[in-house]
Design a protein around this ligand. Structure first.
Ligand code: 5RP
Length: 222
């Protein structure tokens, strides 16, 4: 199976996973990226069975609306029963690196408001230790150089993601050569740097369910 076919399989498995939660009042949280996009496409098949969605990015909002799925403001919704999103890496404790698509801040906000986080990923995303994928950090533009110097002190090699502006008008630093032994502690340490908006470690609030796509099928891990 190709990587795209594996993503397709987990997107469909996610639809089966959330189907019992759907009723005419249900509003679900939807992530960002190529795997989340396939989930949105699958979700369109049952769009008359739920009220709508909260989007974790402008791109996701556009795709949802393109399928005729209503998009709600998070502030008008409060909590969502489930948030479905991909990941760049996920470890055995279901802590993740996210933000490859620069949507990490809104993703983390919607995830924080979700009763359950369902992560959908192809097998290549599973790792023992996070950090092979460069950790994204969203920063206030004027703090970019300062934050980069502080990240070097933590052991990272931050690289400015040239030309990328987040949905929130901020910039991204990607931390290379930065294996993360203790994701919960590192998430908090990076967030404590002045000028950091969010970092892409989803450890304090990791996934509750992982649907991982492999050659022999989709495995469900909790
Ligand atoms: C976007 C993300 C995505 O979930 C992550 O990058 C995975 O993307 P894909 O499903 O395309 O591999 O965090 O900010």
């Amino acid at each position: 199976m190709t990587q795209d076919e594996l993503k397709q399989a987990v997107a469909r498995a996610a639809l089966d996973e959330i189907r019992p939660l759907l009723n005419r009042d249900t509003i679900i949280g939807v992530g960002t990226g190529s795997t989340a996009n396939l989930f949105i496409d699958a979700l369109a098949e049952v769009k008359h069975d739920f009220a709508g969605a909260v989007a974790s990015s402008e791109a996701t909002a556009q795709r949802l609306k393109g399928h005729g799925i209503d998009v709600f403001e998070l502030n008008h919704v409060g909590t969502v029963p489930v948030y479905v999103d991909g990941a760049d890496e996920i470890d055995p404790r279901l802590a993740m690196i996210k933000g490859g698509g620069a949507a990490l801040t809104r993703e983390k906000i919607v995830a924080a408001c979700a009763e359950r986080f369902v992560c959908i990923a192809d097998g290549s995303k599973q790792v023992d230790i996070l950090g092979g994928f460069p950790l994204p950090v969203e920063v206030i533009p004027m703090a970019r150089s300062y934050v980069a110097r502080e990240l070097v002190k933590l052991g990272a090699d931050p690289v400015y993601r040239d030309g990328v502006l987040t949905d929130n008008g901020n910039r991204i630093l990607d931390c290379y050569n930065f294996l993360i032994e203790d994701p919960i502690t590192m998430e908090a340490r990076i967030n404590a740097i002045v000028g950091v908006v969010t970092n892409g470690l989803f450890a304090a609030r990791g996934a509750d369910v992982l649907l991982i796509g492999r050659e022999n099928g989709v495995e469900r891990i909790t």
